[in-house]
Design a protein around this ligand. Structure first.
Ligand code: SER
Length: 327
C-alpha cells in the first residue's frame, strides 16, 4: 500500500475548512494539501495550492508535485447562488467534477470523495423518511449537477474502477466557517445574529422543516465512509444520511433557551420554493448497515455547542471573528 496523500479541493468553503483540519489530524499535516480558488483568509498553517478547478493542467501539476493518492472534491456553487447563475453552476460543478474523475482514472488514484446533497430531491420525491432509491427530479441547477454527479461517480466506478464515494449531505451547521450561497444557510446565520443580540430575518417560512446535520457529525461521516472497506459499500453514488430535522421556528425556540430575548421574524424569498422542493427527513438505512453510520448530535446538543463555541470565539477576538464569520 502506498502512503495516503490527500488533496482537498474547495478547502476554503464551509465544509472544506473543518474537514481539512480533521484530515490533518488523521493523516498528519504534511499529507494533506489544501486548494481553493480563494487564498486562505487568516491564520493558515499547512500546504496550500491555489486552484481553479476548471484548470485541468493546474490540477495535474498539483497532483504530480505532491504525489496525490486521494481527492476530496468539495468545490461547487450551492443551491441559491446557483439559481442566480445556472450556466456558471453547470460549468463549475460538472466540468470541475469531470476534471477530477478523469485525473483519478488516468492516474489511478486510490479514492475520490464527491459531496452530494438533499438538493438531488424534487417536488415529486416522498418528503418523509425519503428512501435511498426514489424519484429525484431536482428543481435547481445545483441539484441537477449533484444528481448527474452521483450518476457519474457510479459510472466511473463500474466502468473504470475509480473508487468514488459520496454522501447526500443535509444542511450543514458549523461555527468554524460561514456557509455561502445555500438554502440551508439560515440555520447558521441565525446563531450569529442571536449571539450578537440582534433579531433575525429568516428567508424561509416558520414551519419549513429540512434535514440538517452538525459539522462534527458531517466530518466524521465523511471520513468513516472514505475509510470503510470497499466490499461493504453497496453503492458509489450519494448515500442518504440523516441526523436532525427542524424548522426555523423549532430552531429559534431552542436558541431562546439560551438567549431568551432573541427574536425571529419571517420574510420568505425565492429560497422558500427551493426548500419546499426538498424533503423533511431521509431513510439512511444503507449508510447505517453498510458502514455503521450513527449521528451524535441532536437539535439540543448542537444548539448548546454552537452557542458555547460562538460566544467563545467572539469573546477572544471580535475583529478576527468578524473577518472570518461575517459574509
Ligand atoms: N446546503 C445546501 C444548500 O442549501 C444543500 O446541499 O444549497
Amino acid at each position: 500500500m502506498r502512503a495516503d496523500k490527500i488533496l482537498v479541493i474547495g478547502s476554503e468553503g464551509q465544509l472544506g475548512t473543518v474537514l481539512s483540519d480533521a484530515l490533518r489530524n488523521v493523516y498528519g499535516a504534511s499529507n494533506v494539501i489544501t486548494s481553493d480558488i480563494n487564498v486562505p483568509k487568516s491564520n493558515y498553517a499547512g500546504c496550500f495550492e491555489q486552484l481553479n478547478i476548471l484548470d485541468a493542467n493546474r490540477l495535474f501539476e498539483i497532483f504530480k508535485k505532491h504525489k496525490i493518492t486521494q481527492i476530496y472534491h468539495l468545490a461547487a456553487l450551492l443551491s441559491a447562488k446557483g439559481e442566480q447563475n445556472p450556466r456558471q453552476t453547470w460549468n463549475v460543478n460538472m466540468n470541475g467534477l469531470f476534471n477530477v474523475l478523469e485525473l483519478a482514472r488516468e492516474q489511478n488514484l486510490d479514492k475520490v470523495y464527491f459531496p452530494s446533497s438533499i438538493a438531488v430531491f424534487g417536488g415529486k420525491t416522498p418528503r418523509k423518511a425519503t428512501p435511498q432509491f426514489t424519484v429525484l427530479q431536482p428543481e435547481t441547477m445545483y441539484g441537477i449537477t449533484k444528481e448527474v454527479g452521483e450518476q457519474l461517480a457510479q459510472y466511473y466506478y463500474t466502468r473504470f474502477g475509480v473508487d468514488v464515494r459520496s454522501l447526500r449531505y443535509p444542511g450543514l451547521i458549523s461555527y468554524q466557517s460561514p456557509p455561502g450561497g445555500g438554502t440551508t444557510d439560515y440555520a447558521v446565520d441565525i446563531f450569529h445574529k442571536a449571539i450578537a443580540g440582534e433579531q433575525f430575518e429568516c428567508f424561509l417560512d416558520r414551519d419549513t422543516r429540512l434535514p440538517m446535520m452538525y459539522m462534527p457529525d458531517a466530518v466524521r461521516a465523511t471520513i468513516e465512509l472514505m475509510n470503510a472497506p470497499v466490499d461493504k459499500l453497496s453503492m458509489h453514488y450519494g448515500y442518504n444520511i440523516r441526523a436532525i430535522s427542524f424548522s426555523p421556528e423549532e430552531l429559534a425556540a431552542e436558541i431562546k433557551k439560551y438567549i431568551p430575548d432573541f427574536h425571529i421574524y419571517y420574510k420568505p424569498d425565492f429560497r422558500q420554493k427551493i426548500a419546499e422542493s426538498w424533503v423533511e427527513s431521509m431513510d439512511d438505512s444503507f449508510a447505517r448497515n453498510d458502514w455503521g453510520w450513527k449521528e451524535e448530535y441532536d437539535l439540543s446538543a448542537m444548539t448548546e455547542d454552537m452557542i458555547k463555541n460562538l460566544q467563545l470565539l467572539r469573546s477572544k477576538d471580535t475583529s478576527e471573528y468578524d473577518k472570518k464569520m461575517i459574509l
